[in-house]
Every structure is written in C-alpha cells, then in structure tokens.
Design a protein around this ligand. Structure first.
Ligand SMILES: [Zn+2]
Length: 108
C-alpha cells in the first residue's frame, strides 16, 4: 500500500476510494448517454456493459483513484474483448479518453 495514495484517497473522501465505472453509449441521433454506474475496489471495477434501450455501446468510463489517467493492460484487454472503441479514465478529476484499435491512441 502506497502511503501517498492512502493520503490522497483520505483527502478526497470515501466515495473516491473505490473505482467506479459505466458504459458510454450513443443514441441513434448522436447524443451520448450512459449505462448504470458500478463501484468496485480501490484497484478494479466490473463495469456493467449495458446501454439504455435504443443506444449502442461506444466505450467504457472508469476511475483510477489516486492513479494515472491511462488504461492499464487489463483495461485494454477487456476493452478489446468487449469490442469497445473508446476507454475514458478519470484519475482524481484528470479525465482522458483513448481510442483502442491495433494500437492505443491517446487524448481523443
Ligand atoms: Zn483501469
């Protein structure tokens, strides 16, 4: 356990301790909408891959509390497995989105 991380998490309050995630979906009219939010542990979250009726899965959003706004190798593997185009990571307010294909491309 990193002392710094624990301190940061304490400062942010309880809701930020665990990762939270949800699906990013798109309606036929182009509007972005979201699936149900799930919370996990400080280092992982099982994101429900579910979109509101009529919308299509576009990507996944999750937080990295006290971490870096970059997808982990597990994040990329899961994203590819689920066939999503986009991964958005929020590390304590610093949110970045990445496009996944053959390679990972940042800052989209
Ligand atoms: Zn992650």
């Amino acid at each position: 356990m990193r002392k710094n991380g624990v301190f940061k998490q304490h400062m942010k309050g309880a809701p930020m301790r665990n990762e939270v995630g949800f699906a990013i979906c798109r309606k036929p009219n182009g509007q972005v909408t979201f699936g149900p939010q799930a919370s996990g542990t400080p280092t992982s979250v099982q994101i429900p891959v579910s979109c509101p009726p009529g919308s299509k899965l576009e990507g996944l959003y999750h937080t990295h509390p006290g971490g870096v706004p970059r997808p982990s190798s597990t994040d990329i593997r899961e994203g590819k497995r689920l066939g999503v185009k986009k991964l958005c990571i929020n590390a304590d307010g610093d949110m970045r989105c990445y496009r996944i294909g053959k390679r990972l491309r940042g800052r989209i």
